[in-house]
Design a protein around this ligand. Sequence first.
Ligand code: F6P
Length: 363
Amino acid sequence: GKRIGLLTSGGDAPGMNGVVRAVVRMAIHCDCEAYGIYEGYEGLVQGGDMIRQLYWEDVRGWLLRGGTLIGSARCAAFRERAGRLAAARNLILNGIDALVVCGGDGSLTGADVFRAEWTGLLDELVATGTLTAEQVAPYATLNIVGLLGSIDNDFSGTDATIGCYSALTRICEAIDDVFDTATSHRRGFVVEVMGRYCGWLALMAAISTAADWLFIPEMPPRDGWEEDMCSIITKNRDRGKRRTIVIVAEGAQDRNLNHIASAKIKDILTDRLHLDTRVSVLGHIQRGGPPCAYDRWLSTLQGVKAVEALLALTPDTPSPVVTIRENTIGVSSLAETVKLTQETAASIDAKQFDRAMTLRDSE
Ligand code: F6P
C-alpha cells in the first residue's frame, strides 16, 4: 500500500479534523499508511518529528473538534524553491509517495507547483548529492489530492468549502445576539465579518439574518451608496423597526477600490441618521468552534473520496481536488479549479445578492 502524507494548510477551518480522521482511517482501511505532517507546509520543509505516522485510534473523537489538531501555518519557506527541495527530501526520507493537502487557494496552488516541479526537484537532490539515484528511484511521480478547507467558500467549481457552513452558523448566532441588544436600545450596529476577498459569508449572513444593508468586495455599491443606504434605513425605521444591522465583509470596497471600513459606515449612521451606533467585529470567533453537522458530513465523505482518488491516480492524470456539486461529491482538476478561482469572483451569485438587497423590510 501507499504511504500517504497529510497536511492542513492556510487559515484553519472547522471540519479539517474530520478530514484528517477520514483520510487516516480510509488509508488504513485500504492497506495504506497515513502520516500526519504537522504545522502545514512548515512541517514538510522541516521534516524530523514534524512527520508522524497516525493510527486508527489517534484520530478518535476528532470529528467534532474545531480548528486543526495537526496544526496549520501560512508558510513562507514553501513558496521558495529551496523550501520545496527540502520538502521533497523529507517526503522521500519518510517513504511517503502520496500527499493529501487540505487548505485554501494559496495552499492548493503551492501543492500544484510542487507536483509540477517534482521531477526537477528529484534531479536536483541527486545532482547535489543530498540523496542517491537509488533512493529517489521509487518516487518518480508524486500523487497529490487537494481538499478545499476554508471558511470563506472562495473556490470555484465546488458549492461549499469545508468550514464555511460552520462559520456562517456562528455568524448568524452572533448577529441574532446583536439583534436583541440592538432592539432593546434602538441602536444601529455595523457587524464586520471575515472575507478579505470573498463576500460569501457576508452575503449568506445578510440573507439569513435579514440585515438592512450589506457590503462585499465583489460587488462595490454604486456611487452615492451613502444616500441609498440611509434612505432604506430611514424607511425601515419609519415603519417601526427598532434596530438597524449593516453587515460588512472585512475586504469590502467601493467602485474606486477604496476600502469601506466599518468605522466609516458607523460615522455615516451616526452623523446622517443620528443613530446610536456600535461596531462589532466578529473576528476569529467565526473560525473557531466545533464544526456544524454539514461540515462533519462533508469532511468525512470528502476525506474518503480523497483517498479513493489518490489510489485511482495514474501518472498522466492531473492532480484532483475533491468537490461537492449539487450534493454530489466528485473530483475536478486541481490546476483548473485553482485557475478558474483566480479568474472569477468565486461563488457570488448576483441573483442572491439582489435578493438579499430587495427582500428587506422596506419592500
Ligand atoms: O481565509 C480565511 C480567513 O479567515 C479570511 O476570511 C480572513 O481574511 C483571513 O483568513 C484572516 O487571516 P489570519 O489568519 O491571518 O488572521
